[in-house]
Design a protein around this ligand. Structure first.
Ligand code: ADP
Length: 614
């Protein structure tokens, strides 16, 4: 068999994705490799295909138990013998697995890094024929990253102690130079082929919303997305609780996940989500590492994360199957302040020097700033993300809310001057809402009690709606012309830059969304998957139902049976027999034998002719 045949027969795919083939070729020639690819790019195929073509066993080191389980399940589904060894097994179970491994039962064995130096495992290594060691989530070896796992250093000792050195392949989605260098040096990769693929995830649609009715909008969105699976990320446990309650009250099958729950409940809720029994997960960022669920169709951020790294990692959990998915961030200036506060309060490890702490604080503040700009930019969101990660891009992607929205550009320098004068005149600090109301000339109780109706600037912008004034104040804060205090009152003050505007040395030009003013409807989003028509979606629903039935009987997550992308491809191709079914992306020989006919019957609504030809 060659690599194409393995890809088709086992995994059911017709071709390799960008980067996969090059890495596989390197490995098969006996070269060490390092693959740096974003989540969902298909790193597993890069080591699983060569593992099946090499004579001996492949050991895969992975830090996450749930991920290992999932991978092993998926491999067994496609007819590859694989096992895992980690703390979720008893010693007796581990002993049994090692025994089978020594007899050559498994082609691929996943191991937790803590297990590598155990005498049982060492004994196995001394007697087995190991062709490759694969290090998944290789950034865990870097002390630079947030995910450093000291037990990853065991890998180096393990390899050094082996009878003959196998090929070493390493994979990660973390692309910073420090991490890359650490992986290369610490792991001691020899003359490695290093491949960094682009970070773009074409099937993801990005959107930023800055609505005050986010609860209502989220509810509407989730209802419109019916049975689809999605994640709502919140910044705090409290928000998780309230959002989850809100969804449950409306009859949406949601579950919650955060560090305040018992390990049992976390596990149970995670499983309910993974098995599609409760398709909506409301969680803090404690949730997601090691979740391989490929049919997550949307990731909503109820609150803004602290950095673009966090955002892209969390949002990237959508659409791993390559099918269209949406990433929506709800931006609010209040979240910026909460994050600033949390970063100020951050605790450091004791051994850090004051200088190191300052450096980290500075870096955190910088990261938050970039994240905030993402929330306020009117430029292409995908472009913004990719530029942040150091990639050059087209000016517009036509698949994010900014590219799809129409904007008008307006010189708002005069209004800004009034805003700045009003803040200065008001003296004691006030927040954006109060300043906007004063400028607009609202005679509400608050304005009167503060005496703001006696200001010279009171009502000088009566013709500008308050929401527009607040939008302008938000933009001035984002551009650091205004400063907003970190406490909960968020009091505004002027920065040095403000003086330049007051002195007429700088102008302010802003973009305003036409859709926000209801002047134009938001254009339809681009479809990535071949467009299914109404009947196509009806069939998709039927196939999804069948997939759920099978998943329940087999006790595997539905996406392990077939991914959403495979179901969509079935709806497009409407295969009539075995041969046609095998041409569907994601249907390999083993899966066909197990499920092929049931799906054929469901698609054709009748008995299906048997054929033995490929
Ligand atoms: P990563 O580990 O990089 O996050 P995965 O290995 O989980 O990504 O792959 C993501 C999805 O893409 C999986 O559903 C996988 O089966 C699918 N995939 C990988 N390679 C291909 C390919 N060549 N053709 C089609 N689908 C692929």
């Amino acid at each position: 068999m060659d690599k194409y045949k393995v890809l088709k027969e086992y995994f059911g795919y017709d071709g390799f994705r960008s980067g996969q083939e090059e890495l596989i070729e390197g490995i098969l020639k006996g070269q060490d490799v390092l693959g740096i690819m974003p989540t969902g790019a298909g790193k597993s195929i890069c080591y699983q295909v060569p593992a099946l073509l090499m004579p001996g066993i492949t050991i895969v080191i992975s830090p996450l138990i749930s991920l290992m389980k999932d991978q092993v399940r998926a491999l067994n589904e496609v007819g590859v013998h694989a096992a895992y060894i980690n703390s979720s097994l008893t010693e007796a179970q581990i002993g049994k697995a090692m025994q089978l491994a020594r007899r050559g039962q498994y082609k691929i064995i996943y191991v937790a890094p803590e297990r590598l130096l155990s005498s049982l495992f060492q004994d196995f290594l001394n007697h087995a024929d190991i062709s490759m060691v694969t290090v998944d989530e290789a950034h865990c070896i870097s002390q630079w990253g947030q995910d450093f796992r000291p037990s990853y250093l065991n890998i180096v000792r393990m390899i050094a102690g082996m009878r003959s050195r196998p090929v070493v392949s390493a994979f990660t989605a973390t692309a910073t130079e420090e991490v890359e260098n650490d992986i290369l040096c610490v792991l001691g990769l020899q003359n490695p082929r290093v491949l960094v693929t682009g970070f773009d995830r074409e099937n993801l649609y990005f959107e930023v919303r800055s609505s005050r009715q986010k609860d209502g909008e989220i509810l509407k969105y989730i209802k419109e997305h019916g049975k689809e699976s999605g994640i709502v990320y919140c910044a705090t446990r409290k928000n998780v609780e309230t959002v989850c309650m809100m969804l449950l009250r409306e009859g949406i099958p949601a579950v919650r996940y955060h560090a305040g729950l018992s390990p049992e409940e976390r596990k149970e809720n995670q499983d309910l989500f993974i098995f599609d029994e409760r398709p909506v997960m409301v969680a803090t960022n404690a949730f997601g590492m090691g979740i391989d669920k490929s049919n997550v169709r949307y990731v909503i951020h109820y609150n803004m994360p602290q950095s673009m790294e966090n955002y892209y990692q969390e949002a990237g959990r959508a659409g791993r199957d390559g099918e269209r998915a949406e990433c929506i961030l709800f931006y609010s200036p209040q979240d910026v302040r909460i994050n600033q506060f949390l970063l100020e309060e951050k605790e450091f490890r004791e051994e850090m020097t004051a200088e190191e702490m300052d450096a980290v604080r500075e870096r955190d503040a910088q990261r938050l700033k970039w994240m905030t700009f993402y929330g306020t930019t009117k430029d292409c969101l995908r472009g913004y993300i990719l530029n942040y990660f150091g990639e050059k891009t087209k000016r517009r992607c036509e698949n994010c809310s900014n590219c799809l929205n129409e904007y008008t550009e307006e010189d708002v320098t005069e209004i800004c001057r009034d805003v700045l004068n009003c803040i200065r005149e008001a003296g004691r600090g006030y927040g954006a809402g109060t300043i906007a109301a004063a400028l607009h000339g609202s005679k509400n109780e608050r304005i009167r009690s503060y005496g703001l109706d006696r200001l010279g600037t009171f009502g000088c912008r009566a013709e500008t709606p308050e929401y527009r004034l607040k939008e302008i104040i938000g933009e001035l804060t984002a551009r650091e012309i205004l400063r907003s205090s970190d406490d909960k009152y968020a009091v505004l003050s002027l920065t040095k830059e403000a003086q330049r505007i007051l002195d007429g040395e700088a102008a302010v030009v802003m973009k305003f969304s036409k859709a926000a003013e209801k002047k134009v409807p938001v254009p339809k989003k681009k479809q990535i998957s071949g467009d299914l028509d109404n009947r196509g979606w009806q069939l998709f629903e039927k196939l999804r139902e069948l997939r759920m039935q099978i998943a329940r009987t087999e006790k595997v997550p539905p996406y392990i049976v077939f991914t959403d992308k495979t179901l969509v491809d079935m709806c497009l191709k409407k295969p009539k027999d075995r041969k046609e079914m095998l041409s569907v992306s994601g249907v390999g020989a083993a899966k066909y034998e197990k499920y092929g006919e049931r799906f054929l019957r469901c698609i054709n609504g009748k008995a299906v002719p048997q054929s033995n030809t490929y």
